[in-house]
Design a protein around this ligand. Structure first.
Ligand SMILES: NC(=O)c1ccc[n+]([C@@H]2O[C@H](COP(=O)([O-])OP(=O)(O)OC[C@H]3O[C@@H](n4cnc5c(N)ncnc54)[C@H](O)[C@@H]3O)[C@@H](O)[C@H]2O)c1
Length: 343
């Protein structure tokens, strides 16, 4: 079955019914990997988008990347209209002043506080006081970032997963000074982007998924560094155990499905044995110190020929559309939907 352009929200709220995406202009600042896929997602949801390139080098690839995402989305049946139709709602510019018409701006620049601060100064000098300002930071606490802005109450984390135009994931994160009602608005709005969002009401470093994922990255490095298993073996175990069920259920539902009491029993002996190292693991430190970045320069935990690196990127792109199809068949409220179909 071909999926629709933008999935209806799982639980549509009265607030959403009043929102017309075409009337909401959204700014995206920073047009790297994620800025381009976030822009694509917003265009697919029928918003007008002002995409600001802080670096001239962004202009070399942004247009091509966004059009490529739209073309692939059209081929996959994710969008209703022609690629040109969506392209008409997009402005790519180096001029921050074009953000003046925005209701919401999403900053998506490098994970560096001083760069983000310079970018906020430029954004805040042009946007209106009721425009919301957000960051796609992976792990900088929102309370820190919002303290760098002129109006901290309108500042939030909006944490996306790559590729943003196919994934259901989105965290809306409140900082200590954020106006939670505005966070609730963002939460509602993001249903129009095909998301199953999470509202993080109290700021915490790493938010939800990065806290979970980094606990796993640390343990994975520990197992390899201490010769319990190879990188390949850890990856294989990870893909075939959690990778098998995680698109259907989260960790708590998984424990319910498989017997909570068993987890309770295992935790007693296993938790004290897990790695709780506070330093960067040597395994990843060595790679980074030798200039390894992963697939992007063919050197990471694995080595790649340029052809293999290109094929991994291509395979991930293909997979992201296929897993999206499966994910959409199993929304968070899949069981309540089945129950209501029975009535
Ligand atoms: N890559 C992911 O999977 C991922 C996932 C979630 C969140 N994030 C976060 O999203 C943000 C962007 O990540 P990305 O993967 O798109 O990075 P990227 O390296 O692809 O792009 C970074 C962009 O930052 C901007 N930039 C770079 N130097 C700058 C400068 N001196 N001044 C102003 N702008 C500058 C440019 O627009 C550049 O294209 C980061 O905060 C990152 O932590 C990334």
């Amino acid at each position: 079955m071909i999926s629709q352009a933008v999935e209806p929200p799982t639980n549509p709220s009265p607030m959403l019914k009043k929102i017309e995406p075409t009337e909401i202009t959204i700014g995206v600042v920073g047009l790297g990997l994620m800025g381009c896929s976030i822009t694509t997602c917003l265009l697919m949801a029928n918003h007008k988008v002002v995409a600001v390139a802080p670096l001239p080098s962004d202009l070399l690839h942004a247009e091509k990347r966004i059009s490529g995402h739209l073309t692939k989305s059209k081929e996959e049946g994710l969008i209703e209209f022609s690629v040109d139709h969506y392209r008409k709602s997009l402005t790519i510019t180096e001029n921050y002043e074009q953000l003046a018409a925005c209701t919401l701006v999403i900053e998506c620049t490098l994970e560096d506080v001083s760069i983000k601060k310079q970018v906020y100064d430029k954004i805040e000098s042009v946007i209106s006081s009721d425009c919301l300002l957000t960051s796609n930071t992976s792990a900088i606490p929102i309370s820190i970032l919002q303290s760098l802005t002129k109006l901290p109450t309108r500042f939030f984390g909006l944490h996306w997963a790559e590729p943003s135009h196919t994934t259901r994931f989105l965290e809306v994160i409140c900082g200590s000074q954020s106006d939670v009602a505005k966070g609730e608005f963002l939460y509602e709005l993001s249903h129009l982007w095909g998301k199953e969002p999470t509202l993080v009401r109290k700021d915490i470093r790493g938010f939800i998924t990065n806290r979970l994922m980094y606990a796993m990255y640390r343990e994975a490095c520990y197992l390899v560094e201490n010769d319990y298993a190879t990188v390949e073996d850890v990856d294989r175990a990870c893909r075939n155990n959690p990778g098998y069920w995680m698109t259907l259920v989260g960790v708590f539902r998984w424990m319910d499905l498989t017997g909570v009491d068993a987890y309770h029993k295992v935790m007693k002996d296993l938790l004290p044995d897990l790695c709780n190292n506070q330093n960067i693991p040597k395994l990843i430190d060595d790679i980074v110190k030798q200039g390894g970045r992963g697939v992007s320069n063919s050197k990471g935990f694995y080595n790649y020929t340029p052809e293999e690196a290109r094929l991994w990127e291509e395979t991930f792109r293909e997979f992201s559309y296929e897993i999206r199809e499966l994910a959409l068949k199993y929304p968070a409220d899949v069981v309540s939907k089945k129950l209501s179909e029975k009535k």
